[in-house]
Ligand binder design. Structure first.
Ligand code: MN
Length: 137
């Protein structure tokens, strides 16, 4: 058994995230499973860019209150203990609300190139404010 007592917390790159986001990599994608697992912690207002995952993604919300949005305009409030399953190739984003932190465990199965995530443009402030209004309404 391998026992890893701690993993380093690193700041998420600004070219893929808006606001302050911290990452702890729990498992990096490697042959044969290509499983990648990370703890991602978003401060209020922080969120991913738009992106998709080649084999989909499972998000398990561990703390706080967040949002998950898709291109069809659907936005769902994400609370601790909830699970989201994003289908392969579906463009989406996830992040905290403007008044709460949000933390999730992110699980993907990658491909030959890595974790299989295709990163796109930022979620604009206008898109984010509209998303907040959706879940608060
Ligand atoms: Mn995702």
């Amino acid at each position: 058994m391998e026992h890893i007592t701690s993993t380093p917390t690193v700041k998420a790159p600004a070219e893929r995230f808006t606001g302050d986001v911290c990452l702890n990599l729990i498992e990096a994608p490697a042959e044969p499973a290509r499983l990648a697992v990370g703890l991602v912690r978003f401060t209020p207002g922080a969120r991913t860019n738009w992106h998709s995952h080649v084999n989909g993604q499972i998000l398990y919300i561990t703390d706080g209150v967040g949002l998950v949005g898709t291109r069809d305009g659907n936005v769902v409030r994400a609370g601790a203990g909830e699970t989201f399953k994003c289908p392969a190739g579906e463009e989406h984003w996830h992040g905290a609300t403007d008044t709460n932190l949000m933390a999730h465990i992110a699980i993907v199965v990658g491909d030959d190139s890595g974790d299989g995530t295709t990163w796109l443009e930022p979620v604009t402030d206008e898109q984010y404010v509209a998303a907040l209004a959706t879940v608060e309404g």
